[in-house]
Structures are given as structure tokens and as C-alpha cells.
Ligand binder design. Structure first.
Ligand code: CUA
Length: 159
């Protein structure tokens, strides 16, 4: 098969660009160690070291005032900590959530409220909500995060 000289040049050029692109992609993945880049601002946390990083080493909900609670939570494939039987507050409580991920990007949505945020490894995201009505509030993941995504949820009980 005869290939025109110019065509050959362009073909070589294209191949070279592809090689350079793949090399850059590979190098950046390598230098980042496959970890999510850390933004470095004061909400950042090392995702791989959550189990030894307070307060995320002991995710919990604590009362910080009159009808005011702080919920320190972690999201992981595929669930949330602390366990749902611990997430109980009396009606009329404001809950300040601080949530981070120990692995991949997850979601944090409480249907029927304005609580809806992404949960990123390496970042701590915050949202607050006042729960006036007693009931079971579903907390679910709305970011596709793998095979167990559909089953990733927990509950907040407002008594
Ligand atoms: Cu976690 Cu989807």
C-alpha cells in the first residue's frame, strides 16, 4: 500500500502527540499516587489516614448546645459512620454536619430537606439543618460510587 509522504508525516505527528498525551496522563497519575489532589485549604484532611485523624477517627453525634448537635461523619463504600442507631436527635434540633470520605466521591442528601452536598476524599464539607418534624430522615448517597451505590444510605431519627 502506498502512503503519501505528507500523510506519513501527519500520521507520525499524530502518534507522537498521542504518546506525549498518554505519558503526561500516566506521569500525573503516578505523581498523585492515585490519591485525590488535596486543595490545601483548612478543610482538607488526608483521606487515607482518617482512622487516625481526629475527629474522624471517632465519627459521632454530640450535643453542643440547647437543641444543637454536631455530627462528625465519614462516608465510605458503601455506608456512613457512625451507625444509624446512633443518629438520634430530639425534634427542633439543629444538626451541624461535617462529612468527609475515606475513599471515593460520595453524596450526602436528605430528601425533603435542603441538605444535598458532595462528599469528597481529602475535604471536609459542612451543612446544617434544623429538624422540626419527628420522623426517620433518610441520608443517602446520590453520587455513583461503585457496585454498592444503590444500597448506600443511613438514617437520622428525630424523636
Ligand atoms: Cu456512595 Cu454512591
Amino acid at each position: 500500500m502506498h502512503i503519501h509522504r505528507l500523510e506519513k508525516i501527519w500520521l507520525t505527528f499524530g502518534m507522537a502527540m498521542l504518546a506525549v498525551f498518554l505519558l503526561i496522563l500516566g506521569l500525573s497519575a503516578f505523581t498523585m499516587g492515585m490519591d485525590t489532589p488535596n486543595s490545601g485549604h483548612d478543610h482538607s484532611v488526608h483521606a487515607a489516614k482518617l482512622s487516625e485523624t481526629p475527629p474522624f477517627d471517632h465519627p459521632a453525634i454530640t450535643q453542643i448546645g440547647d437543641r444543637e448537635y454536631e455530627a462528625v461523619m465519614t462516608a465510605w463504600a458503601f455506608g456512613y459512620s457512625p451507625d444509624q442507631d446512633q443518629l438520634v436527635v430530639p425534634a427542633g434540633s439543629t444538626v451541624h454536619f461535617s462529612v468527609t470520605s475515606s475513599d471515593v466521591v460520595h453524596g450526602f442528601e436528605i430528601p425533603g430537606t435542603n441538605v444535598n452536598m458532595m462528599v469528597l476524599p481529602g475535604e471536609v464539607n459542612h451543612v446544617s439543618h434544623k429538624f422540626d418534624e419527628p420522623g426517620e430522615y433518610l441520608i443517602l448517597c446520590n453520587e455513583y460510587c461503585g457496585i454498592g451505590h444503590q444500597a448506600m444510605f443511613t438514617k437520622l431519627i428525630v424523636t
